[in-house]
Ligand binder design. Structure first.
Ligand SMILES: O=C(O)CCC(=O)C(=O)O
Ligand SMILES: [Fe+2]
Length: 354
């Protein structure tokens, strides 16, 4: 038995017989802090999940151009967006308008939180376990013997910030909440603009997607290092720091490493958008690599329709055949966490018309 010290995350999952199980998983930051020389067996993944990648330029969308009404460069940008959403499910956003000072304070509070001792982190977040990933702990736990990602994670709901959701918000650093609420607000504007632009780019009514997201909701989610997956979200907005690379996307069966300039945000299209667009846009299959030698941070804001919403694939002239059916958002997300991680893009089959 390997000695992982006494720092564990507790995670819950439902096993094949539908029984709720609890498992203990070593805390990655604590292992790294001890300066381990051999990776514990539970963290060793199969060689193909670590296949080499090439650096690549992913499409960059200039949000300023999208925000300027009726201009020919705006139409070019819309066409680029349609292509990126269909072919990549991923793109960079330049001129996003989020002030450096906001992004810097996000980095500060995230590093501040993860910089606390394990005991302080636990205390700061309060005890809470759930199968849908909320709180400080782990990502995608489905069984006792799956390979584990080299990651610790903090996930909370940013809208609404009510008593129920606040149970898993860190109390330290003291300004964590104020900073994250502000950042989540700023991301809303970007999400709205992108959703409207995506509808326009697909020749739909401007509000075709956006209306399915009302009232607005998002989940900032602080992550380090992660196995291949698509996001369950509508759209996801990412920043990374502590490293210049790590995120990779599968395209045409090859793993590629996007060149990600620091001043840009990165968007992943999630499964719910693929469903809503009836497959006109694609959720990206992506992963992030990390190292035992340095700390990489990423902050993901998942923008989802409200959990009670029934989302529908768009209908109309351009919608094509019915590829997807109506799904309840909460049920979809529940299904997604129940079966993840998966080898391929599997969760979305739940919503496919067969
Ligand atoms: O760390 C990253 O860059 C990716 C994180 C991610 O894919 C996620 O949180 O869903
Ligand atoms: Fe992701």
């Amino acid at each position: 038995m390997e000695n992982h010290g006494d720092h564990f995350h507790e995670a819950q999952y439902t096993d094949q017989n539908g029984v709720l199980q609890t498992t203990k998983i070593p805390v990655v930051q604590e292992l790294a802090r001890k300066g381990i020389t051999n990776l514990p067996q539970r963290f060793i993944t199969s060689p193909q999940t670590l296949s080499a990648t090439t650096q690549v330029e992913v499409p960059t969308i200039d949000l300023l151009k999208l925000r300027v009404e009726s201009d020919s460069s705006r139409y070019r940008e819309l066409a680029k967006l349609a292509g990126a959403a269909k072919e990549w499910g991923m793109f960079l956003v330049a001129n996003h308008g989020v002030h450096d000072s906001v992004l810097d304070s996000v980095k500060d509070v995230v590093m501040g939180f993860f910089g606390l001792s394990f005991e302080e982190k636990k205390k700061s977040v309060g005890s809470f376990m759930s199968v849908d990933n909320m709180g400080y702990g782990r990502n995608f736990v489905r069984s006792e013997n799956q390979p584990l990602d080299w990651i610790d994670r903090m996930t909370m709901v940013a809208s609404p910030v009510d008593d129920e959701n606040l149970r898993v918000w860190p109390k330290k650093p003291h300004n964590f909440r104020e900073v994250m609420v502000k950042y989540a607000e700023e991301t809303q504007v970007i999400f709205s603009d992108l959703l409207q632009a995506m509808a326009e780019a697909l020749s739909l009514d401007k509000n075709a997607f956006l209306q399915q997201f009302e009232p607005k909701r998002s989940e900032p989610d602080l992550a380090i290092g992660i196995t291949p997956h698509s996001d369950a979200s509508g759209l996801t907005l990412l920043i990374q720091f502590g490293a210049n690379d790590g995120l990779q996307v599968l395209k045409d069966n090859k793993w590629l490493s996007p060149i990600w300039p620091q001043d840009m945000l990165l968007v992943n299209i999630g499964d719910l958008m693929e469903i809503m667009s009836n497959g006109k846009v694609t959720s990206s299959w992506h992963r992030a690599t990390t190292s035992t030698n340095y700390e990489r941070f990423s902050v993901a804001v998942f923008y989802n329709p409200p959990p009670d919403a029934e989302i529908e694939p768009m209908r109309g002239e351009n919608s094509g055949e019915g590829m997807y059916k109506k799904v309840n958002v909460r049920e979809y997300v529940k299904h997604y966490y129940k079966i993840s991680p998966t080898v391929g893009k599997e969760a979305i089959l739940y919503a496919k018309v067969v």
